[in-house]
Design a protein around this ligand. Structure first.
Ligand SMILES: CC(C)(COP(=O)(O)OP(=O)(O)OC[C@H]1O[C@@H](n2cnc3c(N)ncnc32)[C@H](O)[C@@H]1OP(=O)(O)O)[C@@H](O)C(=O)NCCC(=O)NCCS
Length: 178
């Protein structure tokens, strides 16, 4: 698997991954009605392409095929994390989240945030994010459940600081010194 920056000609492939990820993977956690509202057939490909080009998007590819993508903005907000069902549970999202973290560190950011789906929550948790709040956004007239999550990038002062009540847990992905 290789990671590389998004190119304009990735628009159709990323939209396909987005829809397949929701229809196959997220459908274990959301109702059919919620899946249709989220992976709407009405998404305008031109608008999608414009939004992806305007975002700091990174894609994962295997043998020249786009199999996943993510993004991170200048505030550390991660809007997208989608992986094709054909390569699920093979570490693609983890590789993309390591890119997010490295990018955030290069930008000097102090935290990452996201609105994680029920499906993605365990992945973000595995990378040190914690839930701030459960949310119920309405998409296309249909209510969904997701979680506001954050991960603090400041280096911890020491091992004991992790346990200080009220202090956000520093963001240490599993297997990377957490
Ligand atoms: C969430 C998603 C991006 C995960 O992609 P992935 O490449 O399969 O994830 P990874 O293989 O990197 O998983 C990393 C770890 O996260 C956890 N994890 C991933 N999927 C999980 C699941 N369904 N249940 C429990 N834990 C899970 C595991 O700890 C996993 O490590 P392991 O496989 O060694 O046990 C993918 O399932 C997806 O696209 N889902 C639908 C769309 C979606 O909800 N996107 C998020 C929008 S916020």
């Amino acid at each position: 698997m290789d990671l590389r920056p998004y190119r304009d000609d990735d628009a159709a492939a990323t939209l396909d991954v987005f829809r397949r990820a929701i229809r196959v993977l997220a459908s274990h956690d959301y109702t059919a009605e919620q899946v249709v509202a989220w992976a709407s057939p009405d998404i305008d490909p031109t608008g999608w392409a414009a939004r992806r080009s305007a975002s700091r998007t990174q894609v994962a590819e295997v043998a020249g095929r786009v199999v996943g993508f993510t993004d991170v903005d200048d505030t550390g907000y991660v809007d997208m994390l989608f992986v094709d069902p054909d390569v699920a549970r093979r570490g693609v999202a983890s590789a993309l989240l390591r890119w997010v973290r490295a990018t955030a560190e290069e930008l000097g950011l102090r935290e990452l945030t996201t609105n994680a789906s029920l499906t993605a929550r365990p992945v973000f948790e595995a990378h040190g994010f914690t839930v701030v709040a459960e949310q119920h956004p309405v998409l296309g007239g249909v209510e969904l459940t997701n979680f506001r999550m954050r991960c603090v990038l400041e280096p911890a002062a020491g091992p004991s600081s992790d346990a200080t009540p009220g202090r956000p847990r520093p963001c240490h992905p599993n297997g990377e010194g957490g």
